[in-house]
Design a protein around this ligand. Sequence first.
Ligand SMILES: [Zn+2]
Length: 162
Amino acid sequence: MPVPGVPILEGLYPSTLDLYPFEAKEFNRIHPFYENLKQKRFTTTRCKKCGSAPFPPRVVCPKCNSEDLEWVDLPTEGKVLDITEEVAGVPLGFESPLIHARIDLGEGRKLISRVINCKEGQLKEGDTVRLAVFEIPPMIVEKKGGVMEEVERTFFAFEPIK
Ligand SMILES: [Zn+2]
């Protein structure tokens, strides 16, 4: 099945080259993360038993194995700790430069994310970045009765605050 919506991939490659998650609830037990993302909320799961709230969200608490989890909001701004910029040889479907940063969201929470809307050499350690939500190509889901349906998807990165 082709990857729809990405012209360079249209009809040429199988969906195994689609690097984004299958977000539909039929395939993904953390699909509320993507539903929240569509509302520009950055969320994760918190264990109701022990309070552990790792990112990315989980379906089972990695500390105490409880499945009794709740969704909580995370900060949508953070400080850049360090940066890597891929200028040559970026993966198919991505534009150069492909920038990733380790971001400190506070309270000891750090994550690695792509940083968009940013030119090569522009991002510096200590800069403030904020959540940026964008649409990605829809995925095709087979519903009951063999009906194929396009399901919208969103994903996130961070972007510099100008
Ligand atoms: Zn727990």
